[in-house]
Design a protein around this ligand. Sequence first.
Ligand SMILES: NC(=O)C1=CN([C@@H]2O[C@H](COP(=O)(O)OP(=O)(O)OC[C@H]3O[C@@H](n4cnc5c(N)ncnc54)[C@H](OP(=O)(O)O)[C@@H]3O)[C@@H](O)[C@H]2O)C=CC1
Ligand SMILES: Nc1nc2c(c(=O)[nH]1)N=C([C@H](O)[C@@H](O)CO)CN2
Length: 236
Amino acid sequence: MTNNVLITGVGKRLGFVLAKHLLANKVNVIGTYRTDYAQLDELRDAGAVLYQCDFYQQASVDELIETILQHYSSLAGIVHNASDWLPDNADLPHSEIMQRMMAVHVSVPYQLNLALANLLQANASECSDIIHISDYVAEKGSKKHIAYAASKAAMNNMTLSFATLLAPKIKVNSISPALLKFNPDDDDAYQQKALSKGLIQTQAGFEEVIKAIDFIRSSRFMTGRNLHLDGGRHLK
Ligand SMILES: NC(=O)C1=CN([C@@H]2O[C@H](COP(=O)(O)OP(=O)(O)OC[C@H]3O[C@@H](n4cnc5c(N)ncnc54)[C@H](OP(=O)(O)O)[C@@H]3O)[C@@H](O)[C@H]2O)C=CC1
Ligand SMILES: Nc1nc2c(c(=O)[nH]1)N=C([C@H](O)[C@@H](O)CO)CN2
């Protein structure tokens, strides 16, 4: 029985660690990357099949879909992890910022879900999964990442629509983390401010999401839901 899981954005951080975790658990990982980091060879050596795809280039997305449909007859899951955390003051026109946020967090997951639904239906086991990796700010808003937060909110709305459309075989859920892991250029002041926003004032770590993904994949009943992994931010 094939156990193929497509993960988008496996080049670094959560996507990379998640791919390693699933490979270690005998999952056939199909990964997409934009930048070809040296560490991707670790995934290749562990058996992952990786495809380069820039979600900002529709031709690249079309090629990815065509390639997956040609090479695979079933999928056990899709994890939409790829994401670009663009601030509204990025050195781009606001029109481009919004277009990019909607492309990577909404349009491409939408296209992949519809194009690959039959492969998810063909999965031999009882259920298949679509997991949208969203963000706590989808429900809170963000004064510095307005377009990003809006696109993650749209992603959560797609969870509701696709869960209804694809039930009962395919479960569709969101995971909404906050503060998983700082980026290297986050200074101490920023880190302290970000930590102070939660009741549990620590970085969750990527393992928090990996455990949530393992739970969702083991569930036979949860669909159309949003797992909040946010350290109690909603109560501050
Ligand atoms: N880290 C955190 O604290 C939090 C993370 N999240 C969410 O969790 C998920 C993982 O987070 P994290 O690992 O930090 O994310 P990163 O921003 O570190 O990595 C995102 C990945 O997506 C890829 N990507 C970005 N833009 C594109 C594009 N246009 N086409 C194809 N791939 C692209 C990146 O590729 P490249 O390296 O080439 O740019 C990278 O591999 C994301 O969905 C994020 O929004 C939510 C809340 C908190
Ligand atoms: N694609 C990304 N999305 C987000 C990131 C990131 O690094 N890449 N980081 C965050 C932060 O954790 C923020 O919530 C607090 O610093 C949010 N989304």
